[in-house]
Design a protein around this ligand. Structure first.
Ligand code: 13P
Ligand code: SF4
Length: 311
């Protein structure tokens, strides 16, 4: 039994013994964020995973993120506290159907959001994250035909921002789809001076009310740099932990779902990782990410292009 163990101390001990680096996404619980060596958005975490000289990467995020770490650092052992930590966007884009979609549009290139399986990456030309997509699109000719998968909200947002007409795969994130426009407007009426910072995985009916739209890191930067002392945050609410730590005098309010609070906007996949499972993963060195080499190499190409183009 793990009862009575000082998990934080045990994790610290194992991290040293194993020469492990603990990477965490902003959607992880505060205890995990606080003990991680690095907390970041998807692009930062990919770059960190590619650059680390640790022997082991303990990835506290969802499976596709840990897969990216393995794709970029194949000689390292990559462990994920819970192998069932998937993603609704990944689920919305099965590789065979994606391959058929590609084949049906041979004159298009496939620009693919990093929130997908390694097999879907393997069928893609360039991977993007919400923080790199705009920079990458700016380097592609305006008449370039593009299919964008799997997030239709993110794709529609970048179409709108860049004046493009990318063909969109109909996927969505269950977390960002759960925000309620009615409840958001009620909250805004209560705090009329509070700017709204939203993730581009939100539907247009939420983004239309946003003062800032960007990746988790962009939302965090905005929340800390704005003069406003109250900020409404329309993304997974665990990121508020970093905001409260850095600016304890400000008020950060998670955007509400239909029930009027932000509890329904917790990511159930991210929540599968716990301190207990992180400890066990570091102790037993599993579950491990394993990829077949052909898929890994094919998936690495569009990821490398992203890292190059995102500069
Ligand atoms: P970013 O951290 O890149 O904004 O990604 C958000 C997200 O939904 C990750 O699953
Ligand atoms: Fe996937 Fe959405 Fe959870 Fe991110 S928040 S991991 S996109 S389900």
């Amino acid at each position: 039994s793990l009862k009575g163990l000082d998990l934080k101390a045990e994790i610290d001990k194992l991290r040293k013994e194993r020469n492990a680096v603990i990477l965490a996404h902003y959607y992880q619980t505060p205890d995990i964020q606080d003990l991680a060596d690095f907390v970041g958005d998807s692009l930062d975490l990919s770059a960190k995973a590619a650059a680390t000289d640790a022997d082991v990467i303990a990835f506290c995020g969802v499976r596709f993120m840990a897969e990216v770490a393995k794709i970029l650092s194949p000689d390292k052992t990559v462990i994920l506290p819970d192998m069932n930590a998937g993603c609704s966007l990944e689920d919305s884009c099965p590789p065979e159907q994606f391959a058929a979609f590609r084949a049906a549009h041979p004159d298009h290139i496939a620009l693919t959001y990093i929130n997908c399986s390694a097999a879907v990456k393997a069928h893609s030309d360039i991977i993007v994250t919400s923080s790199s997509a705009e920079r990458i699109l700016a380097q592609l000719p305006m008449d370039q035909k593009i299919i964008f998968a799997p997030d239709k909200n993110l794709g529609a947002w970048f179409n709108r921002k860049t004046g493009r007409d990318m063909l969109l795969w109909p996927g969505a994130c269950i977390v960002h789809e759960a925000f309620s426009e009615t409840e958001l407007l009620k909250l805004k009426a209560q705090y009329p001076d509070a700017p709204i910072a939203a993730h581009p995985e939100c539907p247009a009916f939420i983004l239309d009310h946003a003062d800032e739209v960007g990746s988790t890191r962009a939302i965090l930067d905005f929340a800390l740099s704005t003069d406003a002392d109250t900020i409404i945050v329309a993304t997974e609410p665990h990121i508020i932990h970093q905001m409260e730590k850095a600016a304890p005098h400000k008020l950060f309010i998670g955007a509400p779902g239909a029930d009027g609070n932000c509890n329904c906007n917790m990511c159930p996949y991210m929540a599968m990782n716990t301190m207990e499972k992180l400890y066990v993963a570091l102790r037993d060195m599993e579950p491990r990410i394993e990829l077949d080499e052909a898929t890994r190499l094919a998936a690495k190409k569009p990821l490398d292009r992203m890292l190059e183009m995102a500069g």
